[in-house]
Design a protein around this ligand. Sequence first.
Ligand code: HSO
Ligand code: ZN
Ligand code: ZN
Ligand code: ZN
Length: 273
Amino acid sequence: MIRCDAHMHTRFSEDSDASVHSMLDAAIERGMEAVCITDHLDKDFPQTPDFPAGAFLFDLGNYFQRLTQLKEEYQKKLEVRIGVEIGLQPHLGEYYKELTEKYPFDFVIGSVHLIHGQDPYYRGFFEGRSDEEAYHEAFEVTIENLKKINSFDSLGHLDYVVRYGTHQAEEYSYRKYADEIDEILKHLISHGKGLEMNMAGMKYGLGFPNPHPDVIRRYRELGGEIVTIGADAHRPEHVAFDFDKAGEILISCGFSYYAEFKGRKPIFKRIVP
Ligand code: HSO
Ligand code: ZN
Ligand code: ZN
Ligand code: ZN
């Protein structure tokens, strides 16, 4: 059983209305022993149909103050850790370095939400691009980000772009993008970075987490040891989503442990099937 959900959003994130309490209570209800709250901090997010330019930022001083209170309030019921999901863009290396050194995060997820300034969440990105072109472009941009940004612990939802593809996974397999994916995985391994297994892929109808288990298996084959797990819930009902399947999937990828982060250091937990 996996007992820690290490990726969730609350109303500190522009795209969530959930109170922190509602997310923590849901985690207790689902049998979690620990959670890490990882609100979105996506510097230089462009204007989109839902948000004005510059959305996905919040006051970190206020965040730490509020979450530290709740950490104490919940300490007998649930271990609450304080993290963040930073949105990677190649020009933000120095910005994120300063920010992650300034605040005492437990865990920093680095995620690529923007491909040359566009979020594939919006259909506009796929206009004028085949899924195949879009996926190649997303992985190339991921490599570029990794070369420029080191201030994170685990790479979030590596194949995020596939969730939103016109034909989703029809044009997708590890093999088809093996050159780029291997470069991403080798970079993570040689820099001591984790790979996230993001269970939200299950609820997007992909039928697999992000990244696909073949990618997680390849990370293992190449010597990767740090897999973090999160449901990426933006609402209480999605906390620990499909966690009953997470352990089996990870075992099928050759792992008997998963990793949680505390004080920016990995803690390895045995997966009990
Ligand atoms: N950042 C979201 C996707 C999104 N983009 C929502 C804009 N709105 C993934 O958690
Ligand atoms: Zn979000
Ligand atoms: Zn994300
Ligand atoms: Zn997220």
